[in-house]
Design a protein around this ligand. Structure first.
Ligand SMILES: CC(C)(COP(=O)(O)OP(=O)(O)OC[C@H]1O[C@@H](n2cnc3c(N)ncnc32)[C@H](O)[C@@H]1OP(=O)(O)O)[C@@H](O)C(=O)NCCC(=O)NCCSC(=O)C[C@](C)(O)C(=O)O
Ligand SMILES: [Mg+2]
Length: 354
């Protein structure tokens, strides 16, 4: 392990200084597009206006014969499209693939100044981050970049989950993590063909009624991802990183998508992925806090400005800890209100958005 004194030193001569704090602009959805798909690129100005983050995907879902077209298309997007305050990310191919080296070299050299975050799939341990960290520093130095690129790890193997805390602490470049339920299910030999969401077979069942043993018993579907997402949230938060839920593959099932996103939001994730335009709106709804909760949180903070002591507000006990919960809610609401006049109005804030 590097000396703690060296943690914030650039890993190559001429590379920019690592950031001390991870930026946290609105990050409710990472919208995936394939830059080799003409229809998706044509829609980009509209997508950029709606999404907090757009991500040019180079990995899975991009066919092998379009890998280079997707990379070149993303370079063109970075050079020609006005992104406003929407972030531009990429998901590069995995470290063992024949494309990773060219993905990173091309993107950093050509559009390193407009890319915010590089998502790296199938991260298994801190050693993967160390490799990407040094390579990025060399490429940044060669390209003369002044702002460091940040790294987002995709947690989608059993090894990755087992090493999640070490991955989160592996580099000051670590911006956050997303959860990859499809590859993770395969890696664990889970018996599901779904991309995220629950499963009707994963449930708990009430005991039989002793007086009526043949009566139907109550069952409740459980969340098979709860343990891993909660671990990811803790690993990210303890290192100042941002945790995201990943994809929800059943595009038509908007209700289940909303339920999965909301469960992740309540556990501490700041956003999720959107694979289709319809999921941008779901993520916006779910990852913007409920106005009623924000108004209540504002009431608590106004009633107890210093957050000390114990108080009753609307019949509910409030103390230092609940004040902090309210602060999390109001800080997020303020951040989103600055971007979105409709939310500003719902939350009762002045909006600074145009
Ligand atoms: C699912 C698909 C095939 C349905 O695509 P479709 O064309 O069949 O859907 P549609 O409803 O007919 O589309 C309507 C319109 O929306 C457009 N459209 C559709 N999607 C998008 C988009 N994303 N961005 C911008 N525009 C989009 C589409 O082109 C069409 O345009 P049109 O009206 O002009 O004809 C399509 O939405 C798609 O390819 N989405 C991205 C898929 C993707 O990136 N997958 C990889 C991430 S998930 C993953 O990797 C797993 C993970 C983490 O690794 C792990 O768990 O292990
Ligand atoms: Mg995957």
């Amino acid at each position: 392990m590097r000396s703690p004194r060296d943690f914030y030193k650039p890993l190559a001569v001429g590379a920019p200084e690592p950031l001390r704090e991870i930026p946290f602009p609105p990050s409710r959805m990472i919208h995936f597009f394939d830059a080799s798909n003409e229809k998706m690129v044509a829609r980009l100005p509209d997508t950029i206006a709606k999404a907090d983050i757009v991500l040019g995907n180079l990995e899975d879902a991009v066919p092998v014969d379009r890998k280079e077209a997707a990379r070149d298309g993303l370079v063109k997007v970075g050079k020609t499209i006005d992104l406003g305050d929407t972030q531009l990310w990429t998901r590069v191919n995995s470290l063992e693939s024949p494309w990773f080296l060219d993905d990173l070299t091309t993107l950093v050299s050509e559009i390193g100044d407009v890319l915010d975050v590089v998502m790296v799939p199938k991260i298994e341990g801190p050693w993967d981050i160390h490799y990407v960290d040094r390579l990025l520093a060399q490429l940044e130095a060669r390209a003369g970049l002044t702002k460091p690129l940040l790294v987002h790890a995709l947690l989608e193997t059993a090894q990755g989950v087992a090493h999640v805390e070490e991955i989160a602490a592996a580099s000051p470049r670590m911006q956050g993590m997303s959860f990859g339920p499809a590859d993770l299910a395969a890696s664990r030999r889970m018996k599901t063909t779904r991309v995220g969401g629950g499963h009707p077979g994963y449930l708990s069942m009430s005991d039989p009624d002793p007086d009526n043993p043949d009566a139907p018993r109550i069952t409740a579907q459980q969340d098979p991802w709860h343990y891993s997402i909660a671990r990811m949230v803790d690993a990210c938060t303890m290192n100042g990183l941002l945790p995201f839920y990943g994809p929800f593959g059943d595009i038509k099932d908007v209700a289940a998508c909303e339920a999965q996103f909301r469960a992740a939001f309540l556990l501490g994730c700041v956003g999720s992925w959107s694979l289709h335009p319809v999921q941008i709106d779901i993520a916006k709804k779910v990852f913007s806090p409920d106005p009623a909760e924000v108004l209540f949180a504002k009431k608590v903070i106004e009633a107890i400005p210093d957050g000390r002591g114990v108080h009753m507000i609307d019949g509910k006990m409030q103390d230092d800890a609940t004040w902090k919960q309210c602060k999390v809610m109001v800080d997020l609401a303020e951040q989103l209100a600055a971007k979105d006049p409709a939310l500003a109005e719902a939350y009762g804030f002045e909006s600074s958005a145009a």
